[in-house]
Design a protein around this ligand. Structure first.
Ligand code: SF4
Ligand code: SF4
Length: 118
């Protein structure tokens, strides 16, 4: 699935870093992993549509998704401060992370499912 596809269901509705007219050369690993789970049928459009962003949910999964996902993400070193030791209070993770955190919380997927597509 090309970035323009998952832009519609991950980046635009969920990601604070998304800018309509900005062309990103590369998608973050959070978005790519979520797109791979969509492609392999682990998640479907219905589950995605029901996501309402909740800080408590993504904070709860900071350690497990940090270990499996963010640690391997090319954006972690320079572009994304979410997993830095002292992130600013209003900082959010990327849309892909948010989607995965909510789906894990709902038991729609497991952290092992995420691990398999990294
Ligand atoms: S950081 Fe990831 S989820 Fe956010 S706009 Fe870029 S590719 Fe999409
Ligand atoms: S929260 Fe940041 S480091 Fe983690 S997957 Fe998203 S962009 Fe990458």
């Amino acid at each position: 699935m090309y970035k323009t596809d998952f832009k519609d269901y991950i980046c635009r509705p969920l990601c604070m870093f998304f800018a309509e007219d900005e062309k990103e050369e590369m998608a973050c690993l959070g978005a790519r992993a979520a797109a791979r789970l969509y492609e392999n049928g682990s998640i479907g459009p219905g589950e995605i549509r029901n996501i309402i962003k909740d800080r408590e949910v993504w904070e709860k999964h900071r350690a497990d998704l940090g270990h499996v996902l963010c640690r391997a993400c090319e954006f972690c070193a320079e572009d994304c401060d979410f997993q830095s030791p002292e992130p600013s209070g209003d900082l959010e993770p990327c849309g892909g992370y948010i989607l995965l955190a909510h789906l894990i919380e709902q038991n729609a997927i497991s952290i092992k499912d995420v691990e398999k597509v990294i």
